[in-house]
Design a protein around this ligand. Structure first.
Ligand code: COA
Length: 330
């Protein structure tokens, strides 16, 4: 239906800190090796935010400033700004309102979405509803995480995986058949056991004891998460394709959450998509949680064509997972 109003991504931008944490650096910090990290995860280096006084909102604001420059969007034109993150500047207020303040988006309101590595997909689907409903015309969706702020650099099981970064997209209405066609989003709170931060919330407020027990960092049972991640990404990608009568051959790009190169290749194999059609930048940035998918779109932007069929797919803490099917708009 070409005339149907759909929410389309009409611009994308990314921002990563300059400081790199390489596998060689990590070899000096914990008992690990470049060989182990490369073969088990595909990661070679990650970016770490070390600018004093900067936090997730600053990376998000940089990503959005660049987005405005690229698209000609003025701060006052933004109606709504959503930030997907698990590393909000503060428990409250939300990061989105801080970003609106920093970029001068005086007419916007905003809110955060906490869905871990699926956060960008949840936020994109949410932002799209405001466009499709006709409520707003310009919605900015950001995925931003400063994972270094919740990573235990004495724990080799997790510290090799994560990095910092932010990506932002502009959503606008289109009636030419492009834009978000459909989405399948899922959640299962029983998965919280395997991937969480133990303390700092209302369940276990911060105390000397929680700090001494190093409970303010990502806790993950990697093997368990790995299995669920592949299943969740593959099943929702297949469901959204089936529902829209699309075959895998019609998919131009798969944009997977970048958690582990082995998860990415396994998802591609199960779907039957060749790796040439799969966006990958995990070797440079590691897992930036909510930022991985917009950072991929940003880096592959000049290879995308109007009408390309994209499957965005992610899995993360919660558990949360899902897939979005969209037609690229430019
Ligand atoms: N360097 C060297 N050895 C390490 C290591 C490191 N950085 N981290 C863990 N190991 C060790 C473990 O201690 C373990 O040793 P043991 O057998 O003596 O106990 C061994 O390597 C194997 O660990 P295992 O857990 O089997 O590795 P794995 O192949 O499952 O890979 C992950 C570990 C974390 C990379 C992998 O499970 C993973 O990526 N999981 C999913 C991550 C994810 O998607 N997270 C976010 C969701 S969005």
């Amino acid at each position: 239906m070409p005339n149907k109003l759909r929410a389309a991504i009409t611009g994308v931008n990314g921002w990563v800190p300059e400081d790199r944490l390489t596998n060689a650096d990590l070899e000096k910090m914990v008992d690990t090796s470049d060989e182990w990290i490369t073969t088990r995860t595909g990661i070679k280096e990650r970016r770490i935010l070390r600018t004093p006084g900067w936090a997730t909102s600053d990376m998000a604001a940089e990503a959005v400033r660049g987005l405005m420059l690229k698209t000609g969007l003025l701060p006052g034109e933004i109606d709504l700004l959503i930030v997907a993150t698990v590393t909000a500047d503060m428990v409250f207020p939300d990061t989105a309102n801080t970003v609106c303040d920093k970029i001068g988006a005086k007419n916007a309101f905003g809110f955060d979405i906490n869905a871990a590595c699926s956060g960008f997909l949840y936020a994109l689907a949410t932002g799209a509803q405001f466009i499709v409903a006709g409520a707003y015309e310009k919605v900015v969706v950001v995925g931003a995480d400063m994972m270094s702020s919740i990573t235990d650099y004495t724990d080799r099981n997790t510290c090799v995986l994560f990095g910092d970064g932010a990506g932002a997209v502009l959503l606008e209405g289109r009636r030419d058949g492009t834009g978000i066609q459909d989405f399948v989003l899922r959640g299962d709170g029983a998965g919280r056991e395997f991937l969480h931060m133990k303390s700092g919330g209302s369940l276990r407020p911060p105390s000397h004891e929680t700090v001494d027990r190093r409970e303010h960092y990502v806790y993950q049972e990697g093997k368990r998460v790995f299995k669920f991640a592949v299943e969740g990404m593959v099943s929702t990608a297949q469901e959204v394709l089936r529902r829209n009568h699309k075959t895998v051959d019609e998919v131009d790009w798969v944009v997977p959450h970048q958690a582990n190169m082995r998860i990415i290749t396994s998802v591609a194999e199960h779907l039957g998509v060749p790796m040439e059609k799969v966006m990958v930048n995990i070797h440079k940035y590691g897992n930036t949680t909510a930022a991985t998918i917009p950072l991929c779109l940003w880096e592959y932007e000049d290879r995308l064509k109007k009408g390309d069929n994209l499957i965005l797919t992610a899995f993360g803490g919660g558990f949360t997972w899902g897939s979005i099917y969209l037609k690229w708009a430019y």
